[in-house]
Design a protein around this ligand. Structure first.
Ligand SMILES: *Cc1c(COP(=O)(O)O)cnc(C)c1O
Length: 246
């Protein structure tokens, strides 16, 4: 099932677009199944669950323990960053991140896609400096109609990027956004057009930010539309793993 879903999506996805398999709320067995089908990039949105899965998958990949259920669930504490085999699996963090949870996420995340406040960005910079690490991030732009969705306004992102050199331990890799949850394709297109235009505008305005290339838009219901707007990363959960059991 998971394997068929991945193959079908991959067939439609241009090879240069990165597919993040959003495994939140699904068991590690589902991740292993996707991995066996060739998927290497996974996304999670809750720090504790993220750290636990990083540790379990790392242990599994190193063959330290053939039965992953035997590994305690206390999180990734037992695994140091260099032990996570990045060429074999790449983890993205996609959810709201509180500053007191950074140590569960930053040692292991190849990309933090969901930076949604200056406060969080400052804390990431401090953590990166203290740990001598360069943290790759996307800035989340609020594009959907929902009040509750996280994300910056355009002017807040401008404000940050004008001060980008202050963030020496942060690599600004682009924008992430979630379109309005709606059946109206026109509304979804309007959301994606807005973030794509803003992304292009920022790339013109800040040519010195050479890493600011990524546009992470598109989920299970709208990733085909996102391709029309230049998505470089799509984040797909349900269409790969099935419905989540909350
Ligand atoms: C859960 C989630 C996804 C995946 O959603 P699906 O509709 O299941 O594909 C993508 N992006 C973010 C930020 C998410 O939280």
């Amino acid at each position: 099932m998971i394997q068929d879903n991945l193959i079908a999506i991959r067939q439609e996805l241009p090879p240069e677009v990165k597919l993040v398999a959003v495994s939140k709320f699904h068991p590690v067995e589902a991740i292993r199944e996707a991995w066996a089908a060739g998927q290497r990039v996974f996304g999670e949105n809750r720090p504790q669950e993220f750290a636990r899965k990083v540790a379990e998958v790392a242990a599994w990949l190193r063959g330290r323990d053939s039965d992953i259920r035997a590994i305690p669930l206390e999180g990734a504490q037992g695994v140091t960053a260099h032990e996570v085999p990045r060429d074999e699996v790449e983890w993205h963090f996609l959810g709201h991140l509180q500053t007191n949870k950074l140590k569960l996420v930053l040692p292991y995340a190849a990309l933090v896609q969901s930076v949604d406040s200056a406060h969080l960005l400052d804390a990431i910079q401090d953590w990166g400096k203290a740990n001598d690490r360069l943290i790759s991030v996307l800035l989340e732009l609020h594009i959907g109609a929902e009040q509750t969705k996280q994300g910056f306004k355009e002017e807040e992102i401008l404000d940050i990027l004008f001060r980008a050199d202050k963030y020496k331990n942060v690599r600004f890799c682009g924008l992430m956004g979630m379109a309005t949850h709606t059946d109206s394709e026109d509304d979804i297109r309007a959301d994606f057009a807005r973030i794509a235009d803003f992304h292009a505008y920022l790339r013109d305005l800040f040519p010195e930010l050479t890493d600011f290339r990524e546009l992470s838009i598109g989920m299970s219901g709208d990733w085909r539309i996102a391709l029309d707007y230049g998505a470089t990363i799509v984040r797909i959960g349900t269409a790969i793993f099935g419905e989540r059991q909350y």
